[in-house]
Design a binder for this molecule. Structure first.
Ligand code: GN1
Ligand code: MG
Length: 359
């Protein structure tokens, strides 16, 4: 039985019959995702959150442009080097249902899976190599050809503005529950504006970046080898340090993103080293010296940005991220701020590792 959550009309335009089965899939915080299985084919179906991605045509154009470019460059590989948007029978990349929701389908790669936390250093290495390969394959794609679907996405100054607006409108109860984190933001924010400044002064190159390369956006095969990056929604012109930081936020943290036991939340330096090795094995020759110089400071920065966004959404009564209970965003923010502090303390050690790998 097809899940009632995917309208029959949507499946029909893809030529999928009523015998197909559908189940909720993955752990994304924004869209609704399903695995749809017929006797001999499987698809990922996603209902796009158009409150967040307001220009769905631009979003899909970006994904199709980037994946087409990668496919043209990799012809000899048997394994897919990128995700593939499946078109409808009339060649559309996305369709709207009667309620106004947009849907898209992606080919499911047999035997593939994702993990929410790395199982070992080998897996961290594979994740780093997979993001590095994504960069290598897109070297030459002009970032200006992409739409900016979510402007100022990782700009801390922008996220602070949103935080201050949320603070003005938040309930006394939520402000009280979050008081300690609110204090931390006010104390630390100024010291973290350096990437915004470097970007504004063009000291860092503009690249095609993923913008959400957390470990569960790395597709792995049965052997644990990286296949490709998935979730290309936020691929935009941007900054490599943002990607490197977000990747380590999830790959160098052995605990869950929303871990309640904060004693478990700390950067694991061996996982950091393995990821960095995998990433730099692929990208070292492409990197600019300004990028190399700041790699070790990217994890604390980006983890702070994500923590701040969870906190802001808590103050806004959970309007952005899916939550499974009323304190979920606060719980995520607590874990991510704890991780941020751990990364900041580990910067000297991370610098040593980056320098050793680069020399
Ligand atoms: C969101 O939906 P998902 O899980 O792919 C968010 C990312 C955050 C992430 C935190 C468009 O990604 O920026 O890093 O949650 N995506 C958007 O896990 O805001
Ligand atoms: Mg995403």
């Amino acid at each position: 039985m097809v899940s009632k959550e995917i309208p029959e009309y949507v499946l029909r335009v893809y030529g999928i019959g009523p015998q197909a089965r559908a189940f909720p899939f993955g752990s994304g915080h924004i869209h609704r995702t399903f695995l749809v299985s017929e006797v001999n084919r499987q698809f990922i179906f996603q209902r796009i959150n158009h409150h967040i991605f307001t220009d769905v045509d631009a979003l899909m154009e970006n994904i199709c442009a980037v994946t087409a470019y990668i496919r043209e460059r990799v012809t000899e590989d048997k394994r897919p080097a990128t995700i593939e948007v499946v078109k409808t029978q009339t060649s559309l990349t996305h369709v709207q249902d009667e309620e106004g929701y947009w849907w898209r389908a992606l080919a499911y790669i047999g035997g593939s899976h994702t993990v929410d936390v790395p199982h070992n250093t080998q897996m961290a290495y594979e994740a780093g190599k997979t993001l590095g390969r994504f960069y290598k394959l897109l070297d030459g794609f002009q970032p200006q050809h992409l739409h900016v679907v979510l402007p100022r996405f990782h700009e801390l100054g922008y996220r602070l503005q949103q935080f201050h607006t949320a603070l003005e409108n938040a309930s006394e109860q939520r402000k009280a529950r979050a008081a300690e984190l609110i204090r931390l933001v006010k104390e630390k924010a100024d010291s973290l504006l350096w990437p915004d400044r470097l970007i504004a002064s063009n000291a860092l190159p503009l690249r095609v970046v993923h913008n959400d390369p957390k470990i569960n956006n790395v597709l792995l095969d049965e052997m644990g080898h990286g296949i490709c990056m998935i979730d290309l929604d936020t691929v935009m012109p941007g900054c490599l340090l943002h990607d490197f930081g977000d990747a380590l936020r999830t790959t160098a943290n052995p605990a869950a993103e929303d871990e309640t036991d904060l004693t478990k939340v700390r950067p694991d330096i061996q996982l950091f080293e393995a990821y960095t090795q995998g990433f730099l094995d692929q990208t070292q020759s492409m990197l600019f010296s300004a990028e190399k110089e700041y790699l070790h400071r990217a994890p604390a920065f980006l983890t702070f940005v994500i923590a701040l966004r969870f906190l802001t959404d808590y103050l806004n009564n959970d309007v952005y991220y899916h939550v499974s209970h009323p304190e979920h965003n606060l719980q995520r923010a607590r874990a991510q701020f704890a991780l941020y502090q751990g990364f900041e303390e580990s910067e000297p050690k991370m610098k040593e590792i980056v320098d050793r790998i680069l020399h």
